[in-house]
Design a protein around this ligand. Structure first.
Ligand code: 1HN
Length: 348
């Protein structure tokens, strides 16, 4: 028997014993390298495609018992070929989706151990019910559904479109994900429900263990951005804010964070990279984000993903109008594990 055959026979035997050899150079064996490796790809989803597809879904798919939600998942092209739908996230940890709710519709209640948020991008007058509290949804608002809180959505006004963000892809890969329907379809709104203002803002009642919803109203967010307009801002992100969780002063969620940033007219940021990934939504204005040397031009409504460890910088293309990007990232998860890393680019 030649050596080659002996090696092959040995490998097969190891396989039957649930073993595999590691006597090669481990980098050649495609296990590790000096730099982080990712299968994620940069990608942009254009608003016209998103909106047209959502309207079509609205024509074709009703709610009322037929569908849990009318949601389109933004699937990263680098994850598209994964076998299970629950792995095909926008990144390997997070899912961004767009959701449409028509007047008169109810999206039934459920709860899960993954965290979720809604960022309202079009329309007004719908509401979400979290733990019996009715939270009004208006453009630019960010509403958090903390893990294990019951939530359903209702609409008695205009067709509404919002963005959902979830850390379900991470919880799935940790194999701890759980989900359950509300017994009885739609959780009733409490008779004593509090005004949306109760759940917004930093000053909180000391006698409440606040694990209900959290709402960040657009008016306040925008006012803070404008207040900081003349400041230096971040060299990499312009006037960038994180939505701080007022309950503990920490990140928006333990695993993921939401941000809003203003690129002032003509502003161009410096290049950097980090091992967290970010999914953006262009809320106002237009610009270009350069990711690993390739230009991604965005306009209002577009969504795009910057994969971990890719060099990136942003630019507002307008000389007179501000551009505003909403985003989600998985930096809190990496920080919690003491794995977060970032590097400035050349010249930064
Ligand atoms: C979900 O529960 C909602 O509650 C939206 O509106 C999007 C995407 C994946 C898994 C669960 C919602 C979701 C989701």
């Amino acid at each position: 028997m030649s050596d080659q055959n002996a090696v092959q026979e040995f490998d097969e035997q190891l396989g039957t014993r649930g073993l595999e050899g590691l006597w090669f150079n481990i980098t050649e064996a495609d296990i590790v390298g000096k730099e982080p490796r990712t299968t994620l790809m940069p990608h942009i989803w254009k608003w016209t495609d998103l909106y047209q597809s959502l309207l079509r879904a609205g024509d074709i798919h009703g709610l009322g018992g037929q569908a849990e939600r009318r949601v389109l998942c933004l699937v990263n092209p680098g994850l598209r070929d994964l076998k299970m739908k629950r792995q095909r996230g926008t990144t390997h940890t997070m899912q961004m989706t767009v959701q449409l709710l028509k007047p008169g519709e109810l999206a039934r209640s459920h709860r899960h151990n993954f965290g979720a948020f809604r960022f309202i991008i079009k329309g007004r007058g719908a509401y979400t019910v979290v733990e019996g509290e009715k939270i009004v949804m208006e453009e630019g608002d960010l509403i958090l559904t903390p893990p294990m809180t019951w939530h359903g959505h209702g609409n008695d006004a205009e067709t509404l479109v919002w963005i959902d963000g979830l850390d379900n892809i991470l919880l799935n890969s940790l194999q701890v994900i759980s989900w359950e329907p509300y017994p009885g379809d739609f959780q009733p709104i409490k008779e004593s429900f509090k005004s949306t203002a109760h759940w917004a803002g930093m000053a909180r009642p000391v006698w409440e263990k606040a694990v209900g919803p959290l709402a960040y109203k657009w008016g306040e967010t925008y006012q803070t951005l404008k207040h900081l307009e003349a400041s230096d801002g971040s060299p990499f992100d312009g006037v960038a804010l994180e939505y701080v969780n007022p309950v503990d002063g920490g990140h928006t969620f333990p695993t993921m964070s939401c941000g809003i940033q203003m690129l002032r007219p003509g502003e161009a940021t410096q290049t950097h990279r980090h091992n967290s990934s970010t999914v953006y939504h262009a809320f106002r204005g237009s610009g270009v984000t350069v990711i690993d040397g390739k230009r991604y031009e965005w306009e209002k409504g577009d969504c795009f993903v910057v994969p971990l460890w890719s060099w990136h910088s942003h630019q507002n293309r307008s000389r007179n109008e501000e551009a505003i990007l909403f985003s989600m990232n998985d930096r809190p998860m990496l920080e919690a594990l003491k794995l977060y890393r970032e590097e400035p680019g050349e010249g930064a």
